[in-house]
Ligand binder design. Structure first.
Ligand SMILES: [Ca+2]
Ligand SMILES: [Ca+2]
Length: 291
């Protein structure tokens, strides 16, 4: 899930902020050519109602940023307080639990924990960056551009979404997918949404007409494991436990793991745009049309 518009708020300027909790960054796909930096937020959706019964759904939502080599954020050294090797930390008696207080990457804490348990000398010289106050990330390259106190990343996400109410009925807010170079979607602020890639209709116009619909047959060969359900869009597999687990809990982007939610007269119910303007949940942000 990409929520690029939120990450635009994470920039490189010093700021007035009181951060009482550590911010944990998750580096995923570390072993591939594509590296994401992810923060997770915990959300409770208490609004859903079905047949006069209220449901609460818990979400753990990753907000990820895939750094571009041209991105200015990659050009700074970071606000590093001091640097240690794993061996230094170990000799000082620092535990992996101690690192949880230091706003570092969860992956690095895990690596350090394994290093301590297995006494793996191969990681003796592994560099750990201890960030200055308010900064975080493996190279201390992130901070929050907010002038209000927040307790956690979840607070930051919520305040960002609440601020979107100001734009209700003014503009369409969605994420811009910037990695399909050569796609011209139209004059700004129009841009390609990732859900428009391989959705069966041409969205990129101009010199590279239809580039968003190329190589889509490669998506169709995606195979799911025996304990997974293959969503109708073909590109997504979900655990079988999530198939038909609740009509209100759609796990496929196109919602095909659940039966359609029909109201009176058989009309299919959708969340209305005004319900979604300040909502962070999956059912608002990431869905595609049913296929
Ligand atoms: Ca398309
Ligand atoms: Ca489901």
């Amino acid at each position: 899930m990409m929520h690029w518009q939120l990450l635009y708020f994470i920039i490189l300027l010093p700021l007035i902020i009181i951060k009482s909790n550590a911010s944990f960054l998750y580096n995923t796909n570390d072993n591939s050519n594509t590296v994401f930096d992810c923060l997770y937020t915990y959300i409770i959706d208490g609004h859903a109602q079905y047949e006069h019964v209220s449901f609460r759904t818990n979400y753990l939502i990753p907000y990820c940023r895939r750094p571009l080599s041209t991105d200015p954020i990659n050009k700074i050294q970071g606000y590093i307080e001091n640097t240690f090797t794993f061996k230094n930390l170990s000799l000082q008696g620092i535990t992996s639990e101690d690192l949880l207080q230091w706003s570092t990457s969860i992956d690095i804490i895990e690596q350090y924990s394994i290093y301590l348990i297995k006494n793996n000398t191969g990681f003796d010289e592994f560099i750990f960056n201890n960030c200055s106050s308010l900064w975080f990330g493996s190279n201390c390259e992130y901070t929050f551009n907010l002038s209000i106190p927040i307790e956690s990343f979840g607070d930051f996400v919520n305040s960002s979404f609440v601020a979107r109410r100001n734009y209700m009925e003014k503009i369409v807010i969605h994420t811009c997918y910037s990695h399909l170079s050569g796609c011209y979607r139209g004059p700004e602020p129009m841009c390609l949404d990732w859900r428009e890639i391989c959705d069966g209709k041409i969205d990129c116009i101009g010199d590279n007409l239809g580039i968003d619909e190329q190589y889509c047959d490669e998506l169709e060969i995606n195979e799911c494991k025996e304990d997974e359900y293959r969503c109708h869009n073909g590109a997504q597999c979900i655990p079988l436990e999530f198939f038909r687990d609740s009509r209100l809990s759609k796990d496929c982007l196109d919602g095909t793991d659940e039966t359609e939610d029909k109201g009176l007269m058989g009309v299919i119910l959708f969340r209305q745009p005004f319900e979604c303007i300040d909502s962070t949940i999956f059912a608002c942000e990431e869905t595609t049309c049913r296929q």
